[in-house]
Write a protein that binds this ligand. Structure first.
Ligand SMILES: [Zn+2]
Length: 342
């Protein structure tokens, strides 16, 4: 008789026990460092363009009443380039805090910067992303919103040829990268860290006050970037924090969520906990069907304990807002600004 369900459950428990056993007797700092190194190596390596080898290119600059929007082209990983929007508040003197705003599945950075897929203004309609990059710039922070590979104009031509409305190239990109010992998360994080290099060098931005905010798949990129790069001073994860067990292992998710061997390193709350003691805020809709409430609450409780142990409970917050798989920002955006204030 087939008993696949109980077999997988047992395997999950065995993996958790093995993790606990491996960490026994290790000092917290050693355990944390080891987890970071293993996380980084699980993502695979990419060849980066050397600093200064490919100059950022200004593609567009548009003045709005309360902010300036630039579009720049960056090249971080050899052989690839991409666009990113910069939103710069007007009338605020001095160097400002900066936020990297990371979109997930959808049509790309335009979806969070007030535009439709073709770049024309979105006439007031706000979808699940609620144009959150615009909300952040209107709070007085400089924002960079890079186009994440695999979405919108960064979909593979082969996918677009097969279906011009192709929602993403996650499947084909992930499948091929996995066969070469790499992951799509690794590629996306490498580009995000390169975008951070560029952003930190912008004259409008205070490099010691840079945060990151991501929604859904963008939140995955945001947390890994923050874990691996200490220049990120505050983190806002939206529509993603959960346990692996209750979300991506329980619901059909895009293949870009799956990293080989990740459970050998940690469950999701432990991995997000590597950001501690830097400020962290979690946000989720109470009716989100793909990152369910139960897993969010478990993750929030575990992360609260991690922050308490690190003596940083005041730098941790969470909000379970009334909603589905969507951005709220009702508490998190003001919190992010406050954390980057000084
Ligand atoms: Zn995906």
């Amino acid at each position: 008789m087939w008993k696949g369900d109980s077999f997988l459950k047992e395997l999950y428990e065995q993996t958790a026990s093995r993790r606990a056993l491996e960490n026994e007797g290790r000092a917290p700092d050693e355990r944390k460092q080891r987890m970071k190194e293993r996380l980084e190596s699980s993502l695979g390596e990419f060849n980066l363009t050397g600093q200064g080898q490919v100059q950022p290119k200004l593609l567009e600059r548009i003045e709005f009443a309360d902010y300036t929007r630039e579009r720049v082209e960056l090249s971080i990983v050899e052989g690839l380039s991409f666009g990113a929007y910069l939103l710069i508040p007007k009338g605020v003197p001095g160097k400002l805090p900066g936020v990297i705003a990371v979109h997930g599945h959808g049509y790309g950075s335009r979806q969070i910067c007030g535009m439709l897929a073709d770049g024309t203004p979105d006439p007031g309609h706000t979808d699940i992303y609620r144009h959150f990059a615009l909300e952040l710039v209107r709070l007085g922070m400089v924002v960079i919103a890079p186009d994440v590979i695999g979405f919108g104009e960064r979909a593979l031509q082969s996918d677009l040829d097969a279906d011009p409305e192709s929602p993403s190239s996650c499947y084909m990109m992930s499948a091929q990268l996995l066969m070469m010992g790499k992951t799509l998360t690794g590629l996306r994080v490498a580009e995000m860290r390169g975008a951070l290099d560029y952003f930190a060098g912008r004259e409008e931005v205070d490099p010691s006050r840079i945060g990151i905010a991501g929604f859904s798949g963008g939140s995955l990129i945001a947390y890994v970037t923050a874990v691996l790069d200490e220049r990120i001073r505050a983190v806002n994860l939206i529509g993603f924090p959960n346990t692996f067990k209750d979300s991506i292992m329980a619901v059909h998710h895009c293949v870009c969520n799956y990293t080989p061997g990740i459970l050998e390193i940690g469950e999701l709350p432990e991995l997000i906990g590597l950001i501690a003691p830097r400020p962290l805020f979690l946000e989720s809709g109470d009716r989100d069907p793909i990152f369910p409430k139960r897993g969010f609450e478990l993750a929030a409780e575990e992360l609260r304990a991690i922050y308490r142990d690190a003596g940083a409970e005041d730098r941790f917050g969470w909000d379970l807002f009334p909603g589905v798989h969507e951005v709220s920002g009702r508490r998190s955006f003001g919190w992010l600004k406050q954390m980057l204030q000084s």
